[in-house]
Design a protein around this ligand. Structure first.
Ligand code: CMX
Length: 141
């Protein structure tokens, strides 16, 4: 079941160049920063009342984010829905003939399990399902 919007992914060339806008100009506070090697990105996450702004900086030219920036420049890249069961969610959209990019969940930021659908089958919006474990880190999911 979809529970809420988990995060909005934004492709950026440089976390260092972008963070001051969100942290200082908007006043969102310090982000949680981590590298997600499986996705070839470095991520900075800002909590906005339980929904995260996820800045994504490519760590390799092979990263989906590097390719997105090359094609379209920086900007909104995807929307992610929090679910308590990614596999069930994938089965549900496949029933509706939506093309999935991951048949099974892969590791995402913050110890999540994630899976994407192809934007050509979701009306131009790259869409992710995201399932959180009980990570116990004190963050607001
Ligand atoms: N939003 C909307 N449309 C997009 C898109 C995006 N972010 N990225 C690509 N597209 C569109 C392109 O504009 C293109 O459309 P046209 O054919 O009309 O020009 C089409 O999708 C291209 O599709 P493709 O050739 O099959 O795929 P690409 O090589 O361009 O890769 C995608 C796109 C979505 C399949 C790839 O980026 C992917 O697998 N993404 C999932 C993983 C990911 O994005 N990881 C990074 C973030 C990870 C994280 O959150 O930690």
């Amino acid at each position: 079941m979809i529970q809420k919007i988990d995060h909005i992914g934004i492709a950026v060339k440089s976390l260092e160049a972008t963070i001051p806008y969100y942290r200082d100009a908007l006043g969102l506070g310090e982000p949680h920063i981590e590298e997600v090697t499986t996705q070839k990105v470095r991520v900075a996450m800002f909590d906005v009342a339980g929904v995260h702004i996820e800045l994504l900086e490519p760590t390799s030219p092979e990263s989906a984010i590097a390719k997105a920036i090359e094609k379209k420049g920086e900007g909104i890249h995807h929307i992610a829905f929090k679910t308590n069961d990614v596999l069930a969610q994938l089965a549900q959209v496949k029933e509706a003939n939506i093309v999935v990019l991951n048949e099974t969940p892969v590791p995402g930021a913050h110890n999540t399990e994630v899976a994407f659908m192809h934007p050509k089958s979701t009306f131009g919006v790259l869409t992710e399902f995201c399932q959180h474990p009980n990570c116990g880190c004190g963050c607001k999911h």
